[in-house]
Design a protein around this ligand. Structure first.
Ligand code: GDP
Ligand code: MG
Length: 424
């Protein structure tokens, strides 16, 4: 099978190490396309240029020969993008190959306020939003009350739209949230200021991509978050507001004349989850604390401590299925060294009935994990580059996961650095 059009997607709750895998795989890519999400993403890359946390810019930015496209399916905060470009430039990373879809959605300062006001209103039942305005931006897109990135090129058109939208938004701010009104001039000035550096990057995406397809160039799609956060197939409503699935990459990434032929699913060798929602294999305080510190499980975008759980084969198998994964990269195997016992959840128990399908939240909230116990290993494995050199228990653990999810594990990551990778 031709492997020139690939997607790197998350299989679990996000933070599986997609940034790390994209940085590795983008070394010979001609174009990397982020197809959904906004600056609520935190993709960590550790390579010879330093340590980076990317939020909007694709993790292929370290390959100067690759175009890095912020796709139509994204919601983009201009200030955050300008800051991210500035930060990369300060570390001497070439940012001239960034492009932004003219049809992507603008995230504006009032979306961030709205996000915070709604979480405040929800109080104890808040969703655990990253408060970057992502849900209100997507919400407005579907309500047909959003501005497109390309609108910034047409000030008259944009001013008229923005005025109408702000009039409507102020009804909500004033009457629902009892907050101050948004000021048109301030919002307009914000857009003008932060679109300055972005304007030259705005482009018609499908024309650009078509030319790459004709020349059979190598295209890599980059997802944010993981399958279980998908707006339709995830743990709704504790999902994100966009589709994170590889099947959405064509639409969100404007590729209409070709298909993705290689979907690489990234999964962590244990479970982590940021924010609220059911999390079946969650560990208790003491054990989770130990693994959180060893694995340094704190949110790349927010710094929030991640919730930690045992590997969940039911959730991960479902993740593989809905992502259409052809192969798997398993990350952070090194973080599991020095655990006496490793538990893998092989089924869910619902009042004595065993389930191996991942259900909707109404059921998920009630299930209990059924565990399979495996022996851990003590050795540091971060220097190993050959699967056969791994301790037998580590090999057994990976092979057991492979058997349970039914998708070949092609990559085993044993460290955050680009080259800390076993390729099978
Ligand atoms: P993403 O959102 O999927 O790109 O993942 P994040 O960057 O939010 O979280 C993954 C974290 O794990 C980052 O801090 C990475 O540097 C780190 N990481 C990725 N792969 C490995 C690995 O194999 N071993 C270790 N120790 N850390 C890893
Ligand atoms: Mg992340």
């Amino acid at each position: 099978m031709a492997k020139n059009i690939s997607a790197v997607v998350g299989i679990q709750w996000g933070d599986e190490g997609k940034g790390r895998m994209i940085d590795y795989l983008a070394q010979d890519a001609d174009m990397v396309i982020r197809y959904q999400g906004g600056n609520n993403a935190g993709h960590t890359v550790v390579n010879q240029f330093g340590t980076f946390k990317l939020h909007l810019i694709p993790s292929g930015i370290f390959n100067p020969r690759s175009i890095n496209l912020l796709g139509t399916g994204m919601v983009i905060n201009l200030e955050a993008l300008a800051d991210e470009i500035k930060e990369l430039e300060s570390k001497n990373i070439d940012t001239s190959n960034i492009r932004v879809s003219d049809r992507a959605t603008l995230t504006l300062p009032y979306h961030i306020l709205e996000d915070a006001y709604e979480e405040e209103r929800l109080g104890g039942s808040a969703y655990g939003s990253t408060k970057r305005g992502i849900a209100p931006s997507y919400g407005d897109r579907y309500l047909k009350k959003a501005l497109l990135i390309g609108d910034v090129m047409y000030p008259d058109f944009m001013q008229k739209r923005l005025r109408e939208i702000i009039n409507w938004k102020n009804l909500i701010f004033r009457n629902v949230y009892k907050k101050d009104e948004i000021n048109f001039d301030e919002t307009y000035e914000w857009i003008t200021k932060f679109s300055e550096k972005i304007k030259p990057l705005i482009c018609n995406t499908h024309r650009l991509i078509d030319s790459y397809i004709i020349e059979e160039k190598k295209i890599l799609f980059e997802a944010q978050l993981g399958a279980l956060r998908d707006i339709f197939y995830g743990i709704y409503p504790f999902t994100t507001s966009s589709s994170v699935l590889s099947n959405f990459a064509n639409a969100g990434g404007s590729m209409f004349s070709a298909k993705i032929n290689n979907v690489i699913g990234v999964m962590k060798s244990f479970s982590t989850c940021v924010g609220a929602g059911p999390f079946v294999t969650e560990m208790d305080g003491e054990i989770s604390h130990k693994l959180r510190e060893i694995a340094y499980e704190y949110g790349a975008a927010t710094g929030r401590p991640r919730r930690i759980g045992h590997f969940d084969a039911v959730a991960s198998k479902y993740g593989c299925k809905i992502q259409g994964a052809h192969s798997i990269a398993i990350t952070k195997l090194d973080s599991l060294s020095q655990q006496d016992e490793l538990l893998i959840c092989t089924a869910y128990d619902l009042n004595g009935i065993s389930m191996d399908e991942f259900p909707i939240n109404a059921v998920l909230e009630k299930v209990k994990p059924v565990y399979y116990s495996m022996q851990g290993w003590n050795e540091d494995i971060s220097h190993i580059r050959d699967f056969d050199q791994l301790p037998q228990q580590a090999k057994d653990y990976v092979l057991k996961i492979e058997e349970l999810i039914g998708v070949p594990v092609k990559y085993v990551s044993v460290g955050p650095e680009r080259d800390s990778l076993i390729v099978r």
